[in-house]
Design a binder for this molecule. Structure first.
Ligand code: UT7
Length: 332
């Protein structure tokens, strides 16, 4: 049995936070943000919308496009760094409840911006082992809930959103997810971290006063490792599978910074028109960034059945990973 990516869907919150809005909140400028990151605006969920609401809406689209009934889903996994609740219940369980799925395995994973690639690896393994047949995977983030809007080094970067996909079992090797590689190195943990609210710095008045509940990033150091790792990821997965870069129909890297995508793309000689670029309109949406970008390409008719997609992600942990996938859904 092989695992096939049957569909893609996303949810993009309505509220837009522009660089001009941020100029009024912190000491920054549209010019600096565009020059250093390529970001012009990002989406922010409503106060009464939680991460599982975003994930649920993306999941509905993905299930509809996979041409299956909701009751055929036999597992739900969500990747998020901004869960509805810190410890329990899981965001995947909340999404399942909203979908009306109440009797299947549902759990979250923590792999920051590499979350969607980790989900693909998990779904592929569960399906290839024969344990599951239709797995709903979701990258969903209300990152605005863990961002300090007084910290100009992070608040200009991130946005909210969700992306989802159905991974189904197939006997047709031509439809299969070809390969997924994923790794982590906790030695870099401090460079991109939400220090508070876990067992290390529990929710206490002093920790909250020190703003430990918000994410902190050593941007420049992360940038350098990200470019190197994302480039190596691509080389490794293409070489391992004896696939030439020219055979890739669409390169879909994590959308953290235009300069990072450009550095990797030019090093690997991917044409611009074959590279996903959504960071200018969504900012960095962490685990949702790759499926949101994939969904946009799908809806623009730039990904069709049989197309070879190369995914590439990097994030806190550090975590990183890549995937080679043939799109096995119906055309938009
Ligand atoms: O998704 C997970 C992975 N995340 C990433 O891959 C993000 C990686 N990092 C980045 O994208 C970039 O490092 C940033 C966009 C975060 C920062 O760009 P940079 O070119 O690395 O800038 P920098 O951190 O070296 O800062 C340059 C200057 C500093 O001022 P001084 O020390 O040179 O006087 C900063 O204080 O820019 C200043 N600065 C700002 N100025 C205006 C930092 N943030 C801002 C800001 N507006 N928002």
């Amino acid at each position: 049995m092989y695992a096939a990516l049957r569909s893609i869907g996303s949810y993009i919150p309505e509220n837009i936070l522009t660089n001009q809005d941020l100029e009024k909140m912190v000491d920054t400028s549209d010019e600096w943000i565009v020059k250093r990151t390529g970001i012009k605006e990002r989406r922010i969920a409503n106060d009464d919308e939680v991460t599982s609401d975003l994930g649920y809406k993306a999941a509905l689209k993905a299930i509809d496009r996979a041409d299956i009934n909701i009751n055929e889903i036999d597992m739900v996994i969500c990747a998020t760094l901004s869960p509805d609740y810190l410890t329990m219940p899981s965001t995947a369980a909340m999404i399942s409840k909203k979908l009306g799925i109440t009797n299947v395995m549902a759990f979250d994973i923590s792999a920051a911006c590499t979350g969607f690639v980790y989900l693909l690896s998990l779904a592929k393994s569960f399906i290839e082992s024969g344990a599951k047949k239709n797995i709903l995977i979701i990258g969903a983030e209300k990152i605005s809930s863990v961002v300090d809007y007084e910290d100009r080094t992070t608040c200009i970067l991130f946005g909210d959103g969700a992306g989802a996909a159905v991974i189904g079992a197939t006997e047709d090797k031509n439809e299969a997810i070809i390969d997924v590689l994923a790794s982590a190195d906790g030695n870099y943990g401090d460079l991109l971290i939400t220090p508070g609210c876990g067992s290390k710095n529990p929710i206490r008045e002093d920790n909250v006063k020190d703003k430990l509940q918000y994410m902190k990033m050593s941007g420049n150091e992360v940038f350098k490792v990200a470019v190197k790792t994302l480039t190596n990821d691509v080389i490794e997965i293409l070489e391992k599978n004896k696939i030439d870069a020219s055979e890739v129909d669409m390169f879909i890297p994590h959308q953290a910074n235009y300069r990072i995508v450009e550095a990797v793309r030019t090093k690997l000689n991917f044409p611009l028109e074959k590279t996903a670029l959504t960071v200018s309109k969504y900012g960095n949406t962490s685990s949702a960034s790759i499926p949101m970008a994939m969904n946009d390409l799908y809806e623009e008719g730039k990904i069709k059945k049989g197309d070879l997609m190369l995914l590439d992600a990097f994030g806190g942990g550090f975590t990183w990973g890549s995937a080679l996938i043939r799109f096995a859904g119906k055309n938009f």
